[in-house]
Write a protein that binds this ligand. Structure first.
Ligand code: SF4
Length: 316
């Protein structure tokens, strides 16, 4: 009998690359004063060009909370969320730390939202020395806030930046404690850090072995309802089944390109289906919010999600 693995047909919209942080590994950001905001007409055209993308990931650089640009930036997030819903899609915003009222407002239009925990310990401290919103207490506060608001949430760890196994264990235990308290973590992304541009290279066998051990550890440490996710474009396709055997149960949102790691091409979903089926896995599309969390949603949003799920099921 086949085992189930899921993915979400996705389109990434970037409201702005402008970011006040300067993370040590980032090739996405632009300085705040040089970044353009995404024009809603351009966003609408991108949506129209990708009619099968049921999830719209709103992935943005961050404007600091006290900035005079903050309200326009946040209004754009709301506007794009509404635009996605009006186009029959499901927005999933990942735009850095949000004030309580901002997260609550977005939660009325986003069936799920996300923020990476990334990790803890000296390696992350060094990478985030110029990234005030990446402080551990800020990120944990956001995950708690999402729990209090009852928003189905995606978080994750960035791996392979020099962190120790103790750091990894401690980060997983923090996530497990959050889940025991709030129950809102639907996914934990186990994201290998990869060099970008000309330095791009596939995961070595040593790196793969390290990640497989980490995936197994995460499966043991985290409550079983949390889906473990990894981006399939960062794994050699032939090795992906080993990641599934170790505990990965979801391949996340798959767009035609990965805007964070553009040097790593996305595998075609049809090819993924074929490769995984040969190893006994049944790859199925899902909505951005996993079904176990549908009952958490306001009725109107739940109806939208159910409608999109029916569309996905009929396209299988
Ligand atoms: S917060 Fe995100 S966009 Fe901003 S510098 Fe860090 S990784 Fe880049």
């Amino acid at each position: 009998m086949s085992r189930l693995i899921t993915w979400s047909p996705s389109l990434t919209l970037v409201p702005s690359r402008g970011c006040f942080n300067a993370c040590g590994y980032c090739s996405f950001r632009q300085p705040l004063d040089q970044a353009d905001a995404l024009d809603p007409a351009v966003a609408a055209a991108q949506l129209a060009a990708r009619p099968r993308a049921t999830e719209v990931l709103l992935l943005s650089g961050e404007v600091p909370p006290a900035s005079p640009q903050r309200s326009a930036w946040f209004a754009r997030l709301l506007q794009l969320s509404r635009l996605a819903l009006a186009a029959g899609r499901l927005p999933h915003t990942n735009a850095g730390p949000l004030a309580l009222r901002e997260m609550a407002a977005l939660g009325r239009f986003n069936p799920s939202m996300g923020l990476m925990l990334e990790g803890l310990g000296p390696a992350y401290d060094r990478l985030h020395v110029h990234a005030p919103s990446k402080r551990l207490e800020v990120r944990l506060g956001q995950l708690q806030q999402a729990g209090r608001l009852g928003i189905p949430f995606t978080t994750g760890l960035l791996l392979g930046v020099g962190e120790s196994w103790d750091d990894r264990r401690a980060a997983l235990r923090l996530l497990a404690e959050l889940q025991q308290r709030w129950g809102h973590l639907q996914e934990v992304i186990l994201q290998p850090w990869r060099p970008d541009g000309a330095a791009a290279r596939p995961l070595s066998t040593v790196e793969q072995a390290d990640l497989l051990e980490l995936i197994s550890l995460a499966r043991r440490e985290l409550p079983p309802e949390i889906h473990l996710q990894t981006p399939p474009n960062l794994w050699p396709l032939a090795s992906l089944p080993a990641a599934l055997e170790a505990g990965i149960s979801d391949l996340g949102g798959i767009d035609s390109i990965d805007v964070i790691n553009p040097a790593y091409p996305q595998p075609a979903p049809a090819r993924l289906v074929q490769v995984l089926a040969a190893r006994g896995w049944d790859l199925r599309p899902r909505t951005c919010v996993h079904q176990a969390w549908w009952s958490w949603l306001p009725a109107a949003l739940r109806a939208r999600v159910a409608c999109v799920a029916r569309r996905l099921a009929s396209s299988c």
